[in-house]
Design a protein around this ligand. Structure first.
Ligand SMILES: Nc1ncnc2c1ncn2[C@@H]1O[C@H](COP(=O)(O)OP(=O)(O)OP(=O)(O)O)[C@@H](O)[C@H]1O
Length: 301
């Protein structure tokens, strides 16, 4: 449905997007994941036609004829969505609806529908400035949906939003997707990446991995040992050849090792020598976070 071929974009001398090929199929929830400055926003803005690629093409197939010309194909929710704080929820929606030249009755009917799904209907007369962070994001989503787009493009839509509101937001996305909407979303959260049907990892403007969350985790080439000790030292495992990487996961360490059979013994001995008490040590399956860390630090792992 969206075919991105050979797309590059530079700002001054810096390549923000470097020769990207991606295909986003109808009905997918496609997640763009990557560190800050990886090029996600630039790519999304090119997909929406807000900036032009220096080279390459972005093509769309399917969709209803005529909608693309009127800008109705996409609903775009940028990272910093501009709501009018001194307008109410409903007035904000009416403003966005008017930009698509929708009549008031249509806007009202669609707004009621989406606000009900988003659990915002009770707040439709509240000023946008008086909404919580999560509510603001849901209002921004409602505005992006007012043209009933076929493709919804969201740039880090839940950044800085509390976990409960993030969950609620994703339930709405799932519902929209179930009704046939294709969703292209960038996210810095690995738990959200897991919810996508397909993920493209972007690093320094390039796609470094592309697959379903399940396949990415299964394809993880190393082993993870989950270690709980009383000490919390980011350099605890420094100097151990077996350890490729170690990071904190809550109150435990995820230690990436090459050899899952020999490493537990080696680690136990190492910690014992340091007189560090081991509270637990076990093998666990790779999480999306492990995959992400290994991709982002490819030179390390
Ligand atoms: N308008 C611009 N002018 C100059 N440089 C830009 C512009 N937009 C993006 N860049 C640069 O391009 C690179 C990619 O930025 P982009 O915003 O696309 O990354 P990102 O993955 O969305 O990161 P973030 O999540 O931090 O927004 C960065 O180095 C950024 O500084």
């Amino acid at each position: 449905m969206i075919k991105i071929e050979n797309v590059s974009k530079s700002f001054a001398n810096q390549k923000a997007v470097d020769n990207i090929f991606l295909e986003i199929k109808q009905g997918e929830i496609f997640g763009l994941v990557g560190p800050d400055g990886a090029g996600k926003t630039t790519l999304l803005r090119m997909v929406c036609g807000l900036i032009k690629p220096d080279s390459g093409t972005i093509q769309f197939s399917g969709g209803s004829p005529g909608r693309q010309e009127k800008g109705e194909t996409f609903g775009y929710m940028p990272q910093k969505f501009s709501l009018y704080g001194d307008l109410t929820v409903m007035e904000n929606i009416q403003f966005f609806g008017a930009m698509y030249q929708l009549d008031r009755a249509t806007i009202r009917q669609r707004a009621d529908e989406i606000l009900t799904i988003a659990n915002l209907i009770r707040f439709k007369d509240r000023f946008a400035d008086h909404l919580s962070g999560g509510m603001k994001q849901k209002l921004a989503l409602t505005c992006a949906l007012i043209s009933r787009p076929e493709i919804l493009v969201l740039d880090e839509p839940t950044f800085g939003v509390d976990p409960e509101s993030r969950k609620e937001f994703w339930l709405i996305l799932y519902r929209l997707n179930k009704e046939g909407m294709t969703i292209l979303v960038s996210t810095p959260y690995m738990d959200e990446a897991e919810l996508c049907t397909k993920i493209g990892f972007i690093d320094r403007g390039k796609v470094v991995a592309l697959d379903t969350p399940g396949n990415l985790k299964r394809g993880f080439a190393y082993h993870i040992l989950e270690v709980k000790v009383a000490a919390r030292d980011p350099h605890l495992f420094d100097g151990l050849d077996e350890v490729l990487d170690a990071s904190f996961f809550g109150d435990k360490y995820h230690v990436v090792v090459k050899n899952g059979t020999a490493a537990p013994e080696v680690l136990s001995r190492f910690l014992l020598q340091k007189e560090i008490n081991i509270l637990s040590l076990k093998s666990v399956s790779a999480s999306m976070e492990d995959v992400f860390v290994s991709l982002a630090e490819k030179e390390v792992v």
